[in-house]
Design a protein around this ligand. Sequence first.
Ligand SMILES: Cc1cc2nc3c(=O)[nH]c(=O)nc-3n(C[C@H](O)[C@H](O)[C@H](O)COP(=O)(O)OP(=O)(O)OC[C@H]3O[C@@H](n4cnc5c(N)ncnc54)[C@H](O)[C@@H]3O)c2cc1C
Ligand code: SF4
Length: 325
Amino acid sequence: MNDFRYTAVESASAALAAIAADAQARFIAGGTTILDLMKDRVEDPPLLVDINALPLRAIEQCDDGLHIGALARMSDVAAHPLVRDGFPLIAIALEQAASPQLRNMASIGGNLLQRTRCPYFRDVATPCNKRAPGSGCGALAGERRRQAVLGTSESCIATHASDLAVALVALDASARIVGRHGNRAIALRDFYREPGDTPNIETALEPGELITEVVVPALAYARRSTYVKVRDRAQYDFALASAAVALDLQDGTIREARVALGGVATVPWHALAAERALAGAPATREHFQRAGEAALAGARGYGQNDFKILLAKRTLVGALEIVAG
Ligand SMILES: Cc1cc2nc3c(=O)[nH]c(=O)nc-3n(C[C@H](O)[C@H](O)[C@H](O)COP(=O)(O)OP(=O)(O)OC[C@H]3O[C@@H](n4cnc5c(N)ncnc54)[C@H](O)[C@@H]3O)c2cc1C
Ligand code: SF4
């Protein structure tokens, strides 16, 4: 780890002023991602701006939905009654992420901004277009078992790592952001960028912008939701495939569905084709399988990870069966 400066701030305006001092400066919340990246020399910020004293930990129900402060800890959000009762898929996604110790430290904002676990991205001795634009992609000619099958490009096939983001994309949540030019909100479905020719640009966040909270729109049928995560180990592992689903069911017919996939795509994947396949259909295994086919219709395997296409379909079918009861 290189030398760096550290400053702690107590207000959003002080955070924005501090971060503006250096284009390479970074915020630090729980530190469970940024410090690893610094130790591995993947990121080398000369200044860390500690935002933990900002009043951004509230979890509350408002008229427009559930508001979750960006500094709320993963474990606190997972345990909160508003989340457990109204949006169980969020609680499940959080509880299946990382370890209890990490969840006690890690913040919601930091979770959404974590970087890929692609091993070449984290090994500075190897080429990686995401870490060093134009250097090539180590994964395309190397280990591809855990890489993506949706949203890939010739430049990058790395999977997005956040479980929480998959649940929030299914629910059409948005991030509230403050920056030097004021406040804005952006839907998480638009927040994440597929790699294209610029895999180094991962989100719509501008340099120096601060996420203040996540807003999950009120959705009565989100009570009937789940998150299913398939991984190599039963605990403490990233997804090979995951599915976040919520169903509006009446008399065995699906009125509306929310579906997103994780572990198989370069971004938390909004499975719009699956939602359309499910709307108006009977809640049967046959129709769940059709939704799985629709969700993965555009998938492309890279040899070692071909199995993920079938795995993702089965994961989605399994999640729908759980929710449909
Ligand atoms: C061993 C291990 C296993 C893990 N397993 C999983 C898993 O299975 N599933 C999963 O989803 N995650 C997993 N994680 C990731 C973990 O959830 C993240 O490390 C954590 O959520 C990051 O939060 P943090 O507060 O520590 O972020 P930090 O490390 O403090 O920050 C991360 C990044 O976000 C930026 N940032 C933080 N807060 C803000 C903000 N409010 N506004 C703007 N920028 C901000 C920082 O500048 C930094 O770039 C794992 C991590 C580890 C180390
Ligand atoms: S898949 Fe993406 S992150 Fe991994 S080596 Fe290739 S460019 Fe880098």
